[in-house]
Design a protein around this ligand. Structure first.
Ligand SMILES: *Cc1c(COP(=O)(O)O)cnc(C)c1O
Length: 357
């Protein structure tokens, strides 16, 4: 059988969740499991995240998948609903809604009685400078005060545009606006931390933290590895050596004949390609790990295969190739291909088989 396997280490997921608990002991944890738990698979991930306080997803479909699997924890729709019909389903399925614009507010008020009967909290989003979603600072206070007056329990929410970046001037503006709104609306629940902010700003943890990428053992920072952050990679993405070629000086390998052997070489063909979600683009040399040794890619990645330089290496057919995991960090593969670990994890295709460790 073609070897292309995604292994999910549930103990590592639990370890990372515990790290969040240690970092933010007073906050509730909304584990972000959008995009199929960052590509790790909802079912396998959620069973390992049983100790979380709640889940966060991007849309109703993702929330319904969680409910269909029988998980009863609170779920927050972090972009809220996209229609009035969705508001009805959200209420029925016990989903807390983000409200980021007037239309959603109208739908909420139309279904106020049902929403409140379920004791669902309302999340209200502040646009403090990222300029994607949310009410501006001059509108949000009256929105919240009206909701509170109507008997809703509110969570003030905000998202940082540069939490991964130490000195960005927008960070201070976003913090100040958030604090100002929170002060004006007290008492109110509050939530503004993704992984990077959880790690950097304990003073902003407030009532709910929203870890995503750190749960999966990838780093939110370009310059700090998961090992430095004491997090464990959850996903191991493996393939195997499916063919071995010995080539002569001057011979070329792969599509476009982009690479030429400058000496006699041994080339291993690996059973993985961009059709599985391995990136084709690269801006720096990239590598994999075979038998604990880091070996470079040689030639273009194709849809179903790629080729690596195994000259003078002790490798054989069917040896396991780690594309990313504990030895070769997904963040480093991402860097080599000009993207971030988040993207590589989320865009895996469903061709690799999924296993639990
Ligand atoms: C995805 C998301 C998070 C988690 O972000 P990470 O950087 O993965 O920790 C938190 N909050 C919101 C609103 C999100 O959309």
């Amino acid at each position: 059988m073609r070897q292309a396997t995604v292994i999910i280490n549930q103990a590592a997921l639990q370890y990372n969740l515990n790290r969040v608990k240690q970092l933010a002991p007073k906050s509730k944890i909304v584990s972000m499991v959008k995009a199929n738990a960052y590509g790790h698979g909802i079912e396998n991930s959620l069973s390992a995240l049983a100790a979380t306080d709640a889940f966060g997803v991007a849309c109703l479909q993702e929330a319904l998948e969680i409910r269909a699997l029988g998980f009863k924890q609170p779920i927050t729709l972090i972009e809220g609903v996209f229609s009035e019909a969705e508001m009805l389903i959200a209420v029925e399925q016990n989903l807390e809604c983000m409200i980021h614009q007037q239309q959603q507010l109208d739908w909420l008020l139309q279904h106020q009685t049902a929403y409140q009967a379920q004791k669902l909290k309302v999340w209200i989003k502040l646009n403090s400078g990222m300029n994607r979603l949310g009410f501006k600072i001059d509108e949000i206070i009256s929105v919240i005060q009206n909701l509170k007056a109507a008997g809703f329990e509110c969570v003030l929410a905000m998202h940082f545009a540069n939490a991964d970046c130490d000195e960005h001037p927008l960070n201070e503006q976003q913090k100040q606006q958030f604090l100002q709104v929170r002060d004006a609306c007290m008492p109110i629940l509050a939530s503004c931390c993704n992984s990077a902010a959880i790690l950097k700003w304990p003073e902003l943890h407030f009532d709910y933290v929203r870890p995503g990428v750190m749960l999966y053992g990838a780093s939110p920072f370009a310059d700090r590895s998961v090992h430095e952050l004491d997090l464990k990679p959850v996903m191991t993405f493996n393939a195997a050596i499916m063919a071995l070629n010995h080539i002569q000086t001057g011979e070329k390998v792969g599509y476009g004949s982009m690479v030429t052997a400058e000496k006699e070489m041994d080339i291993a063909v690996v059973s993985i390609g961009y059709g599985d979600g391995y990136p084709r683009a690269y801006i720096q040399p990239n590598s994999v790990v075979v038998n604990q040794k880091t070996l470079p890619l040689f030639g273009r990645v194709s849809m179903d295969m790629m080729t690596i330089d195994v000259t003078n290496q002790n490798v054989k057919l069917n040896d396991t190739v780690e594309l990313w995991g504990e030895q070769r960090l997904v963040d480093d593969v991402a860097k080599a291909s000009g993207t971030i670990g988040y993207e590589l994890l989320c865009r895996l295709s469903n061709r690799p088989s999924r296993q639990i460790k």
